[in-house]
Design a protein around this ligand. Structure first.
Ligand SMILES: Cc1cc2nc3c(=O)[nH]c(=O)nc-3n(C[C@H](O)[C@H](O)[C@H](O)COP(=O)(O)OP(=O)(O)OC[C@H]3O[C@@H](n4cnc5c(N)ncnc54)[C@H](O)[C@@H]3O)c2cc1C
Length: 420
């Protein structure tokens, strides 16, 4: 990369943050516009490559999966992606001997319009590896350093990198995570709070096959989800996302590995036979937050820099990917018209496209967590009645798996599986 991120005369984008949404935006934009735009991604974490994502896995919804197919990535990711064919939801206490199932999302064709699984569990390391390889091939530049300052000028933004270099760009995208330095420097407000909970993630091996079935047990301390992963070296595996009261995490995870495994077994049960820990556990303090705006002068917020939600529905990354699809689309429209892709009207169109769905999803996941992380009897009875209703209404089920919005024509083209 030289002193300016662009060749003379061409437009250029600088993405701060090589997480999955940042890399996806860079790739989608570059693929659709090639010579019309230079794209550079900078992140101090790039020096560690994809390995820093080892041990994490995400439920990737049908819309983002269609986008990865459209970008030619899915065939690279597919060997590390396990379809969630069925999901059972229970609402019980830890000591309850039986956990009745209130809601199921079977793979019966009513879930996604094309009859495909409503989500896949995808391991983060191979996904990031595929994104990095495709980005290099597309001619995207990389800098293993952070953006330390950015100041907008009339028709560009001036940026200082962590290594002291200065450059300019048509637009900077802040995909630099929940504590976005660029968001703060731009003076964009943040409405948010911390949950008194942590999300514990781990990979476990089990004796029997999961057959593509996920479980979410709503326990009084928070949801405990088991999500199917691909087999590795002949071992059947699942990912767990276990929400616990923050005050209890040290005691639960501080013991010997066999004690930790015993706690997992109490929640997971023995339906898949004996368990073994493969990766983790690691605990992540949980919070909620949404930026008061998704844009400022020559700056767009993407991913957790724009919104952080509870992992109860596994939708945080999916929201970031929807943002990447929307931003790539409005910037591509501007470039094809020969106009400035970092102009205020382009960023306004991005914000309009994402604001409503993001706020709706953030509020729904917050409500879901509050409703279920609660042991009061009237609340339990009301929510179990509610789950029973959802079970009988396919339209509502579609809303819960995030597919209702993807089926609407107003969704970004890439999420509908269409090219930019
Ligand atoms: C327990 C748990 C389970 C989850 N499960 C799911 C799931 O199943 N499905 C789902 O959709 N979502 C899930 N999520 C949400 C998901 O993890 C996040 O939404 C997603 O990882 C956010 O990605 P990001 O790239 O925006 O942010 P981050 O992953 O935080 O990445 C930010 C990047 O920016 C870089 N950076 C920081 N500062 C700078 C700077 N100044 N300049 C340049 N780069 C910088 C960092 O090095 C980092 O690489 C889960 C979250 C938790 C806590």
């Amino acid at each position: 990369m030289n002193g300016s991120a662009s060749r003379a005369g061409s437009r250029n984008l600088l993405v701060a943050g090589a997480g999955i949404p940042g890399l996806t935006l860079a790739l989608a934009l570059k693929r659709a516009n090639r010579e019309a735009i230079d794209v550079t991604v900078c992140d101090p974490g790039l020096s560690a490559g994809a390995a820093r994502h080892r041990g994490r896995a995400f439920a990737v919804a049908a819309g983002p999966r269609r986008m990865f197919e459209q970008l030619g990535l899915w065939e690279m990711i597919a060997p590390a992606a396990e379809a969630i064919r069925d999901m059972a939801i229970t609402d019980s206490r830890l000591a309850d001997p039986v956990r009745p199932t209130f809601l199921t999302f079977a793979q019966d064709g009513e879930t996604t319009p094309d009859g495909a699984p409503f989500a896949h569990m995808v391991e983060a390391e191979p996904l990031v590896e595929a994104l990095l390889a495709a980005s290099r091939e597309a001619g995207i530049g990389f800098a293993a350093t952070g953006i330390s300052a950015a100041s907008p000028e009339r028709d560009r933004i001036r940026v200082r990198l962590g290594d002291g270099r200065e450059l300019t760009a048509s637009l900077v995208v802040a995909a630099d995570g929940a504590r976005s330095r660029l968001r703060e420097a731009a003076g964009i407000g943040w409405v948010g709070w911390s949950y008194p909970q942590s999300g514990i993630v781990a990979t476990i091996a089990h004796e029997r096959e999961h057959e593509g079935r996920a479980y979410e047990h709503f326990l009084p301390s928070g949801p405990f989800a088991t999500l199917p992963l691909t087999d590795r070296d002949g071992r059947h595996r699942s990912s767990i996302v276990w929400t616990e009261r923050q005050a209890d995490v040290a005691a639960l995870l501080g013991g010997e590995p066999e004690d930790v495994l015993a706690e997992i077994e109490r929640r997971f049960g023995l339906k898949l036979g004996r368990l073994a820990l493969e990766d983790g556990p690691s605990a992540h303090p949980l919070s909620f937050g949404i930026a008061r705006a998704f844009r400022a002068d020559r700056l767009a917020l993407l991913g957790d820099a724009a919104h952080v939600i509870h992992p109860v529905a596994g939708q945080g990354l999916n929201l970031g990917l929807a943002g990447a699809a929307a931003l790539a689309e409005v910037m591509t429209e501007a470039l094809r018209l020969g106009t400035d892709p970092g102009a205020p009207e382009v960023l306004r169109a991005y914000e309009r496209a994402r604001r409503f769905d993001t706020v709706a999803m953030a509020a729904a996941t917050d409500g879901l967590n509050r409703l279920f992380s609660n042991d009061a009897l009237p609340v339990r009875l009301a929510r179990d009645f509610g789950l029973g209703l959802v079970e009988r209404m396919p339209g509502l089920k579609r809303f819960f798996i995030g597919e209702a919005s993807a089926a609407r024509g107003s969704q970004p083209r890439l999420l509908r599986g269409e090219a930019l």
